[in-house]
Design a protein around this ligand. Structure first.
Ligand code: SF4
Length: 589
C-alpha cells in the first residue's frame, strides 16, 4: 500500500453525506453538534474573536425567570412571537414545519435554537394566515438566500415585481425583500405579500419619506409606517437603528462614505436635527409594534463599506457593536433578531467580520450582502460577491443576500434575478457541504454517480438548472452517447474510467437502458437559452446534431461506440482478467 507523505484531512466533522458512500474522509469544520455556539462552524484562524458566552437566555424580559430548561413568564402573559413560545418550551406548528424542511433537525432542536436567539422563524401572523410557508434562518439550519426586488422611480411596476417574485422563488430564493422606492409602494407590497410563500422583508424607511423630506421624519411617522406594514403582513423589517451620531465622524476617512440608503438618510436626519437616531432612542417602542405581529428584526448595517478600502473600519465595527446592544434590547422585548452585514470586504477579512458579529451579537443570525471581494468587475458582481458569500457562509453567515449582474448599474430584470439566485444557491450549498450539515452532500453524490455512469437523463434531472444543462449538452450532440462533445469518444476519461472500473457500463440498477435514448428535441425555453447565448442558431444546432448522429451511426438508435454494447458477462470477464490481476500483481511487488 502506498504510504502517504501527508495525512488525509482532519476528521473534524462527519461525512456530510447521509450515507457512507463517497471517498471524502471528513472536513475541517467543527463536529456538527446542534445546540451550541460552534454548531456547524469553521475552525478559528488564530486571532479571531471567540464566540460570546451569552445567548438570548441572558436577556429575558423583565419579570421572567428561568426554571429548568425553559422560562416562566409573569402571570397572565400570552406568548405571541416564536421567541416567546420557544422560551416557554412550546413547539409551534411553524417549528414543526421548519423541522420537516430541515431534515437534520427535530422540532425540539428548532425550538431550542430559537430560544437561544441563534435561529429565527420570520413569520408575521398576517402572512401566516395567507400563503406563507415557514422557514428558519440560523447556523443550525441550511444556509438561506434572499433575493431583493422592488420598483424604482424610473423602472418597473407591480406586475413586473410579481413576475420577479415568482422567478426568484422558482430559482431558490428563501426570502424576498421588496425594496420598492417608486410606483405605488403600498399596492406593490400588498400584492407581493399576498402571492408570496416565502417571508417578505422591507426597509420601511423608504415608505416613511414618500412625499416628504427626510428632515421632516418624526417618531410618529416611524411607528405609523411600521404598524401599517406589519398589518399588511411583512415578515421582517430592516431597521437602521445602529447608525449613531458618534459614528459619523469615522465616515470622513472613507473613499465612498455611506452607501446604505437607510444609513445615509438617517445620517442626514441626525446632522440636520443635531440629535441621536430616533430609531435607536425609541427602539423599545419599535419593538412593541413588531412584537404584536411577530415581525422579526433585520438590524440594518447603515455604515456597511461600499468599497474594499472602507471594509472593517472604525465606523463599521462601531455600528456592529451597537447592533449587538440592540440585539440584547430586542430579545428583552421578546422580538426575534437577525443582524445585517457587509458589503464589500477583501477575501482575507471575511472570517474576522463573521466572527466579530458572532461575538458582539451573541450568535444572532448574520444576514450578509455578498460580500464582494473585488470592486472592478461591474456587470459580474454576482460572481465577485458569491465568492465572498461562500466564505461568509462557511465562517458564520446564516443568510446571504444575493447580488445580481446589474448591481451598481441598474434595476435587475427577470434574468438578472435568475443569475443572482443561482450564484447564491451555489454559495449557500457549497458552504453547507463544507460545514458538514448532514445530508447536504447527498445531491452532489447522486449527480456524481449519474455523471460517472454517463447517464445523461439523470445528469440533467439532478442539475439545479436542468434546462440549461440539457441545452448546453444538446448544442453540439443531441444523442445519448458514452461521451460528450467536450472531448469526444477516444478522449473521454469518464468513459475510459467506467470501462476500467465497471466495464458493464450502464448496467447498474437504475441506469440500465433498454435501448439508447435520443435526447428529446429542445423545448422552446431551452432553445431560447441557446439563442441568448448567441453561439449557434437553432438551425445550426440541429444541422450539427443531425450530422453527429449520422457520423455515429445513431440515427434513431444507439451510437455504435456506446459501451452499453459490451455484454455483461464479457464485462465481468474483462474485469477479472485485467483489473483483479493488475491488483494482485501490484500487491505482490
Ligand atoms: S467527453 Fe470529456 S467532458 Fe464529456 S463526459 Fe467525457 S470526460 Fe466528461
Amino acid at each position: 500500500m502506498t504510504q502517504l507523505k501527508l495525512p488525509l484531512p482532519l476528521h473534524g466533522a462527519a461525512n456530510p453525506s447521509s450515507t457512507d458512500a463517497g471517498t471524502t474522509p471528513g472536513s475541517f469544520a467543527h463536529a456538527p453538534a446542534v445546540g451550541a455556539a460552534l454548531t456547524f462552524s469553521s475552525p478559528d484562524t488564530p486571532g479571531m474573536p471567540a464566540p460570546s458566552g451569552k445567548t438570548a437566555w441572558d436577556f429575558l424580559p423583565e419579570g421572567w425567570r428561568r426554571e429548568g430548561a425553559f422560562a416562566v413568564a409573569p402571570e397572565g402573559f400570552e406568548p405571541v412571537t416564536q421567541l416567546e413560545h420557544a422560551r416557554l418550551g412550546n413547539v409551534t406548528p411553524e417549528m414543526k414545519r421548519v423541522a420537516a424542511k430541515e431534515k437534520h433537525l427535530t422540532a425540539e432542536q428548532v425550538r431550542d435554537e430559537v430560544a437561544a436567539g441563534r435561529m429565527i422563524i420570520p413569520a408575521n401572523k398576517v402572512h401566516l394566515a395567507g400563503k406563507l410557508d415557514p422557514m428558519a434562518i440560523g447556523r443550525a439550519s441550511l444556509t438561506k438566500i434572499n433575493a431583493n426586488m422592488g420598483a424604482s422611480p424610473v423602472s418597473s411596476g407591480t406586475s413586473d415585481e410579481l413576475e420577479k417574485l415568482e422567478w426568484a422563488t422558482r430559482w431558490g430564493a428563501d426570502t424576498v425583500m421588496d425594496l420598492s422606492t417608486g410606483g405605488d409602494l403600498d399596492a406593490t407590497r400588498q400584492s407581493i405579500i399576498d402571492n408570496a410563500t416565502v417571508p417578505i422583508g422591507t426597509v420601511p424607511i423608504y415608505s416613511m419619506i414618500i412625499g416628504k423630506k427626510i428632515e421632516e421624519l418624526s417618531l410618529q411617522d416611524i411607528l405609523d409606517t411600521l404598524k401599517h406594514q406589519a398589518e399588511q403582513g411583512v415578515d421582517y423589517f430592516t431597521i437602521h437603528a445602529g447608525v449613531l451620531m458618534e459614528h459619523l465622524q469615522f465616515v470622513k476617512d472613507r473613499l465612498i462614505g455611506i452607501v446604505s440608503r437607510g444609513g445615509s438618510l438617517l445620517a442626514k436626519w441626525m446632522i440636520h436635527h443635531d440629535a441621536q437616531n430616533p430609531m435607536y432612542t425609541d427602539f423599545e417602542a419599535i419593538c412593541d409594534v413588531m412584537r404584536e405581529y411577530d415581525v422579526s428584526f433585520s438590524l440594518g448595517d447603515g455604515l456597511r463599506p461600499g468599497g474594499l478600502a472602507d471594509a472593517t473600519d472604525h465606523a463599521q465595527i462601531a455600528e456592529l457593536q451597537t447592533l449587538g446592544e440592540l440585539t440584547e434590547r430586542a430579545w428583552r422585548k421578546g422580538v426575534q433578531v437577525m443582524v445585517e452585514g457587509p458589503g464589500h470586504v477583501p477575501f482575507d477579512q471575511i472570517e474576522y467580520n463573521m466572527k466579530a458579529q458572532r461575538t458582539l451579537c451573541h450568535g444572532a443570525p448574520f444576514y450578509v450582502l455578498g460580500p464582494l471581494v473585488t470592486d472592478v468587475f461591474p456587470g459580474y458582481d454576482h460572481i465577485t460577491s458569491c465568492i465572498g458569500a461562500t466564505a461568509a457562509a462557511y465562517h458564520g453567515a446564516s443568510m446571504l443576500c444575493y447580488v445580481t449582474p446589474k448591481e451598481h448599474l441598474g434595476l435587475p430584470k427577470k434574468d438578472d434575478v435568475k443569475q443572482g439566485c443561482i450564484a447564491y444557491k451555489i454559495a449557500a450549498h457549497s458552504a453547507d457541504v463544507a460545514l458538514g450539515i448532514p445530508g447536504a452532500r447527498d445531491w452532489d453524490d447522486d449527480l456524481t454517480r449519474a455523471r460517472a455512469a454517463l447517464n445523461w437523463e439523470k445528469h440533467f434531472e439532478l442539475s439545479f438548472d436542468a434546462d440549461t444543462a440539457r441545452a448546453f449538452h444538446d448544442e453540439d450532440l443531441d444523442v445519448d452517447t458514452d461521451f460528450c462533445a467536450m472531448c469526444g469518444h477516444d478522449w473521454c476519461s469518464v468513459r475510459i474510467s467506467k470501462e476500467i472500473v465497471q466495464f458493464a457500463s450502464g448496467k447498474a440498477e437504475g441506469f440500465e437502458r433498454e435501448k439508447v435514448l435520443k435526447s428529446p428535441a429542445l423545448t422552446p425555453e431551452q432553445r431560447q437559452i441557446l439563442e441568448q447565448r448567441g453561439h449557434l442558431s437553432p438551425e445550426e444546432i440541429h444541422r450539427l446534431a443531425t450530422k453527429t448522429q449520422k457520423a455515429l451511426g445513431a440515427e434513431g438508435d444507439k451510437a455504435s461506440c456506446h459501451s452499453d454494447l459490451v455484454p455483461a458477462d464479457d464485462a465481468k470477464r474483462i474485469q477479472q482478467e485485467k483489473l483483479v490481476q493488475i491488483g494482485r500483481r501490484q500487491a505482490r511487488s
